[in-house]
Structures are given as structure tokens and as C-alpha cells.
Design a binder for this molecule. Structure first.
Ligand SMILES: Cc1cc2nc3c(=O)[nH]c(=O)nc-3n(C[C@H](O)[C@H](O)[C@H](O)COP(=O)(O)OP(=O)(O)OC[C@H]3O[C@@H](n4cnc5c(N)ncnc54)[C@H](O)[C@@H]3O)c2cc1C
Length: 389
């Protein structure tokens, strides 16, 4: 029996495994993918996420591969706002970020097994996991504690009955790395129209991560012609036919969806969920990697407490659950308010005017979203922007 099985080697799983291995617990990371692996993501790392990497001691190893970002340029409804970060964010391919985190966990003593989790059952002490290896063989692993960090639509959450059904129209994300731009500056550019948007996150003046988020029905009938579809939507949403005309896909296109998912809780017995497995956060505000690192580290710390002091296990888990659910609720609220302002022509015009008049307000908002400023004042302020902007 291992002390902890961590399902998923993304930012949540690897930050948890690194923290557990450093605390001396026998840790096994199980991921179906061979690393390095790509991940459908805008590949923007907020200042808060960079600070978490610093806490983990992996920031300096990644800094030379990352492109610093100075802010965000948001366009839509005829309004264009530039919001500057008080601390730089990064553009960094996920293949590099996730592999560096996983290798740090392995160097600290965690073991890695490439296998797909197929089943999980609770036992008197801990859990039994059934995994399928790449050669098709299945085997079982027993673990005293489990961290479910297996991303959106988590199988760990599903097996524990923590998944909630989703209603309504779903959204999908399409994109990849594009080259051939000539004029990119170190700003994330976002072009919004209703619930669709197009985001460009520059690695340098010529290369960028490009993501188009569309509704399920927009994609109907276009599944065999996705590249043309991405170009058309990028042109329409940016309102500039020539700007992206020369851009071409470099490497593989990524497509993912449906995006939204939900859980009714983040702990069950000796299992803790972390990162996307714990719940959905709208990718629009780029808070996902920050939350994955934060929750991965916190889940590991709760398990270290429970391991050394079993009577304190329940209270450590309850604190983890309460803290993470509050953080996710507040960050989702912030994301919803920002989206509702951006979606409405009248509100976005007034909000843009107010933010321009009072740059201090803009800073409170952008710092909170980036995970390097408090959330409460930003929530009060963003409500104000929506209601009386
Ligand atoms: C379109 C899009 C754009 C985004 N853009 C940004 C952005 O710019 N900035 C930002 O901060 N966030 C962004 N996000 C969110 C961010 O990608 C996620 O929040 C983050 O990846 C969560 O990390 P994680 O470790 O929880 O999960 P993941 O990174 O998804 O890792 C989960 C791991 O679990 C493994 N796994 C899954 N199922 C199994 C199984 N059954 N058995 C074994 N292994 C399994 C997978 O192989 C994977 O390696 C975006 C999300 C989307 C969808």
C-alpha cells in the first residue's frame, strides 16, 4: 500500500506530489499520458501562478523559457480596454510547465506510473484503484489517501458520486500554436462577442497560442473543417481581416469540450479532489493554473497533517474543503461579473470609461483576478461596475 496515490500529473497533481514527497510520504503519480504532453489551454500564467511556482522552487528553472506578459487588451462591443498587470504574468507552453513540475516531483522522490484510472473503491483503510497500463494490462493499487487531480470530467469525482449533471448549451475550445504574426506585443489579446471569444497569447512577436471558444451549435457541421472555422471566427471576432491572415498552425491543433462541469463537494473519506477535478472555472479569466497549484499544495498539506495526526484528519479535510470551495465560489463570481459586463454593450462602455478615469480600480480588479491581490475589494468593485457603472 502506498501512502498517497495522486491521479493526474497536471499542475494540481504534480504540485501535490512534490509537496507530499518533500514531506517524506510515499507518493505514486498515475497519469494516462506520456510526458511531456500538450494540454488544451491558453497557456497564460497569472502572476499568482508564477508566485506558486516560486513557492514550489521551480520558477527559476522555467523563467528562461517563459515570455513575460505586461497585461491584457480586451476588445468587444466597440470598446477596447488595456489592463496592465502590477506583476508580470507568463506565456509558457503547458507541455513544458507540466513536465517540469512532474520531473520536480519525481526528483523529490515521487514515483510515476503511466496508466489510466478505470475504477476506484473505498476500503476500510484507504482506497483500491484499478488502472489500465499502456499494454492493456490492468492492475490494482492500494493507497491510504488519494488525490483526484485528473482534470475536468474527473473519473475520481465520478466514482465517488461527486459529479453533478450540466444543463444548457455547452462551449468548446479550439486552437493551437500559430506562427507568422509580425506585430505581437507582450499582452494577452482577447476579442469577445457574446459567449464566444478569441484569445491570442504571445510567445514572441511572431508566435502565439491561439484559442477560439465557441458554443456547441456554432461548431455543428464544421467538425471536418476546424482550421478554416478557427480562422473565420478569429477574423470575425477581431474585426480585422488582414491581421491574422498570415498566421499558420504550427504543430497539432487542440480541441476540447464540453468545457463546463461541476462537483457537489471536494472530499470523500480519504480522497481529496484538486484542480479542475474539484470544479470548473471559466477559462476566460485565466485563473485555472493558479487554482490548480493552490489546491494541489493545500490538498497535500491536509494529507500530511492527517498522516501524522490521524485524529486531526477530519478537521484538516474540512478546512481544505471550506477554503477551496470559498476560493472557487469567489473566483467564479468574479469571472461571471466580468463576463456579464463584457457581454453587454452598454455596461462594457460605461465600465471602460470608469476604469480609464480611475486606474486604481482597474488595478484592484486585475490583481485579484491574477491572484496577486485580495478578492473581497475586487468583488465589491466589480459588482459596482456591473450595477452602477
Ligand atoms: C480552452 C482552455 C483554455 C484555458 N486557458 C487557461 C489559461 O490561459 N490560463 C490558466 O491559468 N488556465 C487556463 N485554463 C484552465 C487550465 O487549463 C486548467 O485549470 C488546468 O489545466 C487544471 O490543471 P489540473 O492539474 O487540475 O488538470 P489537467 O491539467 O487537466 O491535468 C489532468 C491530468 O489528469 C490526467 N488524467 C485524466 N484522466 C485520467 C485517468 N482516468 N487516469 C489517469 N490520468 C488521467 C490527464 O492526462 C492530465 O495529465 C484553460 C482551460 C481551457 C479548457
Amino acid at each position: 500500500m502506498v501512502d498517497v496515490a495522486v491521479v493526474g500529473g497536471g499542475p494540481a497533481g504534480s504540485s501535490a506530489a512534490l509537496t507530499l514527497a518533500r514531506a517524506g510520504l510515499e507518493t505514486l503519480v498515475i497519469d494516462r499520458s506520456h510526458f511531456p504532453r500538450p494540454k488544451a489551454c491558453g497557456e497564460y500564467l497569472s502572476a499568482g501562478a508564477v508566485a506558486q511556482l516560486r513557492t514550489l522552487g521551480v520558477e527559476s528553472a522555467l523563467a528562461s523559457s517563459a515570455a513575460p506578459l505586461r497585461g491584457i487588451r480586451l476588445s468587444g462591443n466597440g470598446v477596447r480596454v488595456e489592463l496592465r498587470f502590477s506583476e508580470a504574468g507568463w506565456a509558457l507552453p503547458r507541455a513544458q510547465l507540466d513536465d517540469a513540475l512532474l520531473q520536480s516531483a519525481i526528483a523529490a522522490g515521487a514515483r510515476f506510473s503511466q496508466a489510466r484510472l478505470e475504477d476506484l473503491t473505498k476500503e476500510e483503510t484507504g482506497c483500491m484503484l484499478t488502472v489500465r497500463e499502456p499494454d492493456g494490462e490492468t492492475r490494482t493499487v492500494r493507497a491510504r489517501f488519494v488525490i483526484g487531480a485528473d482534470g475536468a470530467h474527473s473519473i475520481v469525482a465520478k466514482k465517488l458520486g461527486l459529479t453533478m449533471p450540466q444543463r444548457g448549451i455547452q462551449r468548446f475550445a479550439l486552437g493551437g500554436h500559430y506562427t507568422g504574426f509580425g506585430d505581437l506585443e507582450p499582452f494577452v489579446e482577447m476579442f469577445v462577442e457574446g459567449s464566444s471569444y478569441f484569445a491570442v497569447n504571445p510567445f514572441d512577436a511572431a508566435r502565439a497560442n491561439v484559442m477560439v471558444i465557441v458554443r456547441e451549435n456554432d461548431l455543428a457541421g464544421r467538425k471536418n473543417d476546424v482550421d478554416t472555422f478557427i480562422r473565420e471566427r478569429a477574423r470575425e471576432l477581431s474585426g480585422n481581416a488582414s491581421r491574422f491572415a498570415g498566421a499558420r498552425l504550427e504543430g497539432k491543433r487542440v480541441a476540447v469540450g464540453p468545457l463546463a462541469h461541476a462537483t457537489r463537494g471536494v472530499t470523500a473519506g480519504s480522497v481529496l479532489l484538486a484542480g479542475d477535478a474539484a470544479g470548473f472555472i471559466d477559462p476566460f479569466t485565466g485563473q485555472g493554473v493558479y487554482l490548480a497549484l493552490l489546491s494541489g499544495i493545500a490538498a497535500a498539506q491536509a494529507i500530511v497533517t492527517a498522516y501524522h495526526a490521524p485524529p486531526a484528519a477530519r478537521s484538516a479535510q474540512r478546512t481544505y474543503e471550506a477554503d477551496l470551495m470559498r476560493e472557487m465560489r469567489q473566483r467564479n463570481r468574479l469571472a461571471r461579473i466580468v463576463r456579464s459586463v463584457v457581454r453587454s454593450a452598454a455596461l462594457s462602455k460605461r465600465a471602460a470609461r470608469n476604469l480609464e478615469r480611475d486606474p486604481g480600480r482597474a488595478q484592484i480588479l486585475i490583481d485579484a483576478i491574477a491572484g496577486c491581490g485580495p478578492l473581497e475589494p475586487a468583488l465589491r468593485l466589480s459588482n459596482l461596475l456591473r450595477l452602477v457603472a
